[in-house]
Design a protein around this ligand. Sequence first.
Ligand SMILES: Cc1ncc(COP(=O)(O)O)c(C=O)c1O
Length: 383
Amino acid sequence: MAAFDFIKDKLAAQKAGTLYRQRNCIEAIDGSQIKVDGKWYLNFSGNDYLGLSQTSALKQAMQEGVDRFGACSTGSSLLTGYHYAHQALENTLCQWLNKPHCILFASGFGANHGVLQALGQKDSYLWLDKLSHASLIDGALDSQAQVKRFLHNNGEQLQKFLSKNPSADQLVVSEGVFSMDGDSANLSELAVICQQHQAWLYLDDAHSIGVIGEQGQGSSSQIKPDIVMATFGKAIATSGAFVACDKGVFDYLTNFSRHYIYSTAISPALAWATKASIEMIQREQWRRDKIVELSALFKKQLSDEVTILPTESSIHALIIGDEEKTMAIAEQLKNRGIWLSAIRPPTVPKGTSRLRVTVCAHHSANDINILAKNINEVLINAR
Ligand SMILES: Cc1ncc(COP(=O)(O)O)c(C=O)c1O
């Protein structure tokens, strides 16, 4: 009898290709340090860009949310899962992003998947940047639309694709800041192209919400995308996600997005804490300034022999290339007390394995100096 032999085979191939993945349990957190297997490390792998996750204000808001609304939403938003805390959070998001409507999802993956699957109808086209997140790709492929990826940040190719189907419904999909390279989309160009071709623009702002914009509204503040999505799980430092849009799309998703309809709404306590986090993000500009300051320090302290991708975000990628070498370098840094996860295919294209550094507002200048010194020593020795 067949016994799912592919499981064994696939795992063996994963190990042979230095692609095997496993979890590490974070036993404790203290500021920028994490404890794993009894040892403390300086952490440069988290997405808590603004350093809000461990603040007493956010912890208190979560506590207040539990006290006022309870721990669980008790159902899908269309049954008994939509509470006052969710409504208050949606209102805050609408005001912050200057959008008329907003809808909450249990995760960013679910939001992207749920929206693209619902919008991608037969005879429509979804055009995704080549470096789009897995959730965008899966949502698009699981829809009925024609799906194609354009070369990363290549407006010229996108124009050509769009011009072939002038009368079809067309949705252009991009991230504001790309998750694994940290570079930004050319948003003004994308906006003009979409307008010329009467296509809609869908912006996944997961890595710029909180970090970019005068009040941290993200890169969507530079233009007016038709639909903006972002997760709460990075700079906002809770979890879940939102999609901001017009009334038509809001009503459509409420009626047709399977992820929305058939999934338990996020906990109202979490929604309450998320609202408090967004209020802090609006007020506390110093957190964004600190990321800019520390990122500049990091670049300055790196040896000329170490190259990183140019970015204006919290994300700085050191491309190593080979999976095995990347893992070995990450291990050496770990031995020196630096936690920097290796990012390998299929998360990034083959031959571009990398160390992805995230510079966050809870880091100190000393943390950054230690990081740069150790990267310089380990990378130059590895040559
Ligand atoms: C660009 C992008 N979109 C969506 C997601 C998914 O968000 P979540 O972690 O809330 O599922 C992520 C997170 O990894 C991401 O990097």
